[in-house]
Design a protein around this ligand. Structure first.
Ligand SMILES: C[S@@+](CC[C@H](N)C(=O)[O-])C[C@H]1O[C@@H](n2cnc3c(N)ncnc32)[C@H](O)[C@@H]1O
Length: 522
């Protein structure tokens, strides 16, 4: 069996999928999946990707990396301090727009080089999803002269298929949003066409066998033949991710290899998976206060504004007689807030830890003992009235175990929003409850924090990039570059690396049976 596979990551985002593949180690303790090429068009995501491509070349991350982060200093100029590794990272992570003529000419050359190396290849990645996502489709419908047949984003998966044809990988993994299952074009389901094109990804209509990812009764991740489209949906929460994230994942095995793998070989080792929650993921991160988006943003001003908002909420609850338990919790929180001697900062310089009961597998995966700071962990500023709504929503969620619907807000807290009472915005303010898994972290978090309110009523804020990254299972040493909005987008777009590593494991085991001359798995 090949000891190494070269991995090509297309539409790579910040590299969540690739991180899981790179981090997987076999029984001998070596990492068989080596990313050799990744392609992403956005500058900030590409910078994140390139830094990670550089860091991955070291058995342990360079001390200069920790030094810079722990002391809040700029990164060294890696091109000078580690010329060879930086150059490799530049050659690996390309900022290119797939589908453009420029990208095709550069990639075709690289593909030809990779093919000559004779190392088995795996292609991973998913074409962008805006054109398929339900939100994206609603938005497109609103565009007067929108013609789906002319939206090039519908066809970007063909670029993925074109690259499969050039590389003839032993396997591929394609991820996409659920909307891809129901999206249609010219009256035909796009998904049927995608499956046909993937099966035929080397010209021969039966070149690849397609599999879905599933769990068996023993907790083994398996590759299974799908009997219906829905079977391709993977629920990240079933794999120990502290987030409900449902995505389509298709695994392709080249026919000659698939033929040698019996169903029992298409399964990972058994894992005792534990459910994980928002508390497990973010409970150990340093507390932060939010900021005030208008006016002065000093700690003293914030304390005053928040206390007054909390009082408004308590009075509104007293007047509305909504729920005695919620009222009591709000009063207690207000009293605790007034008694507190100090306020947390807006930007954390403290280290991250975990709640004691965080499942060990997840904590080991996320933890970074060499950092004395928490990366990408600073709060956003909010409108004064929203602070009161966040407070109410967090208190309500703490008591009821779910976020309040619009109609459950006291009238005095209702935003001046024509649609507030129509039901259309019932979930407008959604606190992520401590003991549940979070809702899907999407790139939307960059625009609107209302859907991702921190469960601690004392902090009155939306989640930070690091909190979103923990829910997405990015290790704590994964640094997101670009401005804060760009960082949120990167995090929201990614495949959870903790899930990706489990996919890498089952694929590795299957391939260990499938390659010519092999006896069996490691
Ligand atoms: C869903 S995200 C990928 C997430 C990634 N697999 C991960 O796990 O982190 C899709 C990415 O494709 C990028 N993208 C969109 N169109 C592209 C194009 N034409 N060429 C290259 N990248 C593109 C987007 O910027 C986005 O980062």
């Amino acid at each position: 069996m090949a000891s190494n596979y070269q991995v090509v990551d297309l539409f790579a985002g910040p590299g969540g999928l690739a991180e899981g593949f790179s981090a997987f180690t076999n029984d001998e303790g070596s990492a068989p999946f080596v990313v050799t090429l990744s392609v992403e068009k956005e500058k900030a995501a590409h910078r994140t990707l390139q830094l990670r491509a550089f860091l991955r070349q070291f058995d342990e991350l360079p001390t200069e990396y920790y030094d810079a982060l722990n002391r809040g200093r700029p990164m060294p100029n890696w091109a000078e301090t580690h010329e060879g590794e930086w150059q490799t990272a530049e050659e690996e992570a390309l900022q290119l727009e797939l589908g453009s003529a420029k990208a095709a000419s550069i990639l075709d050359k690289r593909i030809a080089e990779l093919v000559t190396l004779g190392v088995p290849t795996i292609v991973i990645g998913g074409p962008p999803c805006q054109a398929y996502s339900l939100v994206g489709r609603a938005r497109n419908k609103a565009i007067e002269d929108y013609v789906p047949e002319e939206d090039h984003r519908h066809f970007l998966y063909r670029e993925y298929v074109r690259i499969l044809k050039g590389l003839r990988p032993v396997a591929f993994v394609m991820e996409n949003v659920k909307g891809m299952l129901s999206s249609s074009l010219d009256g035909k389901r796009i998904f049927d066409k995608v499956l046909d094109d993937l099966r035929a990804a080397d010209g021969n209509p039966e070149a690849y066998e397609l599999y879905a990812i599933a769990l068996d009764d023993d907790g083994r991740t398996t590759l299974r033949k799908a009997s219906r489209h829905q079977d391709y949906i993977v629920k990240a929460e079933d794999y120990g991710v502290p987030q409900a994230r449902h995505r389509v994942i298709i695994v392709g095995l080249r026919k000659d290899i698939a033929a040698k793998i019996s169903p029992d070989h298409r399964a990972s080792t058994a894992v005792a998976r534990e459910r994980s929650s928002v508390r497990h993921a973010i409970g150990g991160l340093p507390a932060l206060r939010s900021g005030l988006s208008r006016g002065e943003d000093s700690a003293a001003e914030w304390r005053e504004v928040v206390a007054s908002q909390m009082e408004t909420v308590v009075s509104a609850l007293e007047a509305s007689e909504l729920d005695a338990d919620v009222l009591l919790a709000a009063r207690n929180a207000l009293a605790g807030f007034k008694k507190a001697n100090s306020l947390p900062p807006r930007l954390s310089t403290a280290s991250a830890s975990f709640e004691d009961d965080c499942p060990a597998l997840l904590a080991d995966w996320l933890a970074e003992p060499n950092l004395t700071v928490t990366l990408n962990h600073s709060s956003r500023g909010h409108m004064t009235e929203d602070l009161g709504r966040y407070f109410f929503s967090a208190v309500f969620t703490g008591v009821r175990g779910r976020a309040p619907k619009a109609e459950e807000f006291p009238t005095a807290l209702a935003p001046a929003h024509a649609n507030w009472t129509t039901g259309k915005f019932a979930d407008r303010f959604r606190t992520q409850g401590w003991d549940q898994r979070s809702t899907t972290v999407t790139s939307h978090i960059s625009k609107d924090g209302h859907y991702f309110i921190h469960p601690d009523p004392m902090q009155c804020r939306s989640l930070t990039v690091r909190e979103a990254a923990r829910l997405q299972t990015f290790p704590d040493n994964y640094l997101f570059l670009g401005n804060r909005t760009e960082q949120y987008v990167q995090v929201g777009n990614a495949v959870p690396p903790f899930l990706a590593r489990q996919i890498a494991e089952v694929l590795h085991r299957a391939l260990s049976y499938g390659e010519p001359g092999q006896q069996g798995a490691t």
